[in-house]
Write a protein that binds this ligand. Structure first.
Ligand SMILES: NC(=O)c1ccc[n+]([C@@H]2O[C@H](COP(=O)([O-])OP(=O)(O)OC[C@H]3O[C@@H](n4cnc5c(N)ncnc54)[C@H](OP(=O)(O)O)[C@@H]3O)[C@@H](O)[C@H]2O)c1
Length: 337
């Protein structure tokens, strides 16, 4: 069994820990937190050994009546691999800790690309992460775009991608984020950081991205235009995407008219936390005009990177190839709606 440490047990970290616990070849060695809050209690309830991430704050756990198994250093030392899911920037600060104990590490998309040897998306460049010591799973938006672009590149070739990203203002629990009542060009200048981030996965891809922020918390929405080298029919693109395990096609019969219904569908399906790990592509939006493909896809920012982190664990340890890792991850999670 691969013993996985999760350092940073928030929105992404707690989901990754649960996903790891579901895998047949992995177990959670422990999770690290700075505060004894409700998430700390949930970790203990789930049976995950809990470690203090900041030495001076360790006594607070005991004061709150929560037993800890030790300090984060102990966890990193004994784990086979660590998934760092700390807030943006903290992962880079933690890198020296992982190097001290020679523990391979996986970082999240809030870190700069140079935190790691490789930026990672399982569908697109699994092999590049095999045997690396430091791997960055790209952001939720870049993950969603990579999953879409990989099969398009393979099947038709891409001349140019133009994506407008309508981004949620914050996650549901992020009470301090916004806007509350506005539509922000964000960033106002082009390109948004997403295009260059996609280029960490596909260096030669010609891509322009524009970003907005809106008063929503559930998901991001991408308005996609891709000029293809060999133009297929819309039906062929639909069939291509339907074949991808991490794409969910919202067909008209389902009546999923937006991100709220997509989230409700995931909740009704019994998904943990109502997570939609797949890209949600509206099949009716898939249109081909001359060489140009158009579509809308929604990205559940809190969860689409979760299966990617699980695959990154197998990649970094050289434990599987892309298709077998993705199949194992998907089956253990219950992917498919
Ligand atoms: N949320 C998203 O939509 C999303 C999507 C894709 C990627 N990401 C990326 O994933 C990373 C984590 O984001 P997130 O949304 O999960 O953040 P988050 O919800 O704020 O969770 C991070 C957790 O790390 C803990 N923490 C803070 N400092 C720490 C330290 N020094 N050591 C250990 N734990 C520490 C905090 O909890 P305590 O202080 O209570 O321990 C916090 O809850 C970021 O790089 C982000 O850009 C986020």
């Amino acid at each position: 069994m691969i013993r996985v440490a999760v350092n940073g047990y928030g929105t992404i970290g707690k989901r990754v820990a649960d996903a790891v616990a579901e895998q047949p070849d992995m177990e959670v060695a422990g999770v690290a937190k700075t505060r004894p809050n409700y998430e700390a209690r949930a970790a203990v309830d789930r049976g995950f050994p809990l470690y203090a991430a900041v030495e001076e704050r360790a006594p607070r756990f005991e004061e709150a009546g929560i037993d800890i198994a030790g300090m984060v250093d102990d966890l990193v030392a004994e784990a086979d691999v660590v998934v760092d899911a700390c807030p943006s920037g903290i992962g880079a600060e933690n890198r020296s800790l992982y190097e001290t104990y020679d523990t391979p590490a996986i970082y999240q998309g809030g870190e700069d690309a140079d935190v790691a040897d490789v930026s990672f998306n399982a569908r697109s460049n699994f092999e590049e992460a095999q045997g690396a010591d430091h791997v960055r799973v790209v952001s939720c938006n870049t993950t969603g775009l990579s999953r879409l672009l990989a099969p398009l590149l393979e099947s038709y070739g891409v001349e140019k991608a133009r994506i407008t990203l309508v981004r949620r203002g914050g996650d549901p629990a992020q009470t301090g984020r916004g806007p509350i009542n506005d539509i922000l060009p964000n960033p106002v200048s082009l390109p948004s950081h997403h295009g260059p981030d996609v280029n960490t996965i596909f260096p030669d891809l010609d891509i322009d991205t524009l970003g907005l922020k809106v008063p929503a918390t559930l998901m991001h929405m991408h308005s996609v235009n891709v000029t293809l080298a060999d133009a297929p029919t819309a039906e062929a693109v639909t069939a291509l995407l339907a074949d991808e395990s991490r794409m969910f096609l919202a067909t008209p019969d389902l009546g999923v008219d937006g991100t709220a219904a997509a989230k409700e569908l995931a909740l009704d399906a019994g998904r943990p936390r109502g997570d939609l790990w797949e890209n949600c592509v509206w099949s009716e939006s898939i249109t081909v005009e001359d060489d140009d493909l158009y579509l809308f896809q929604a990205i559940h920012q809190e969860s689409d990177v979760v299966p990617e982190n699980v695959d990154a664990i197998r990649a970094i340890l050289g434990e599987a190839d892309a298709s077998s890792s993705m199949a194992t991850t998907d089956e253990a999670l219950g992917m498919g709606l």
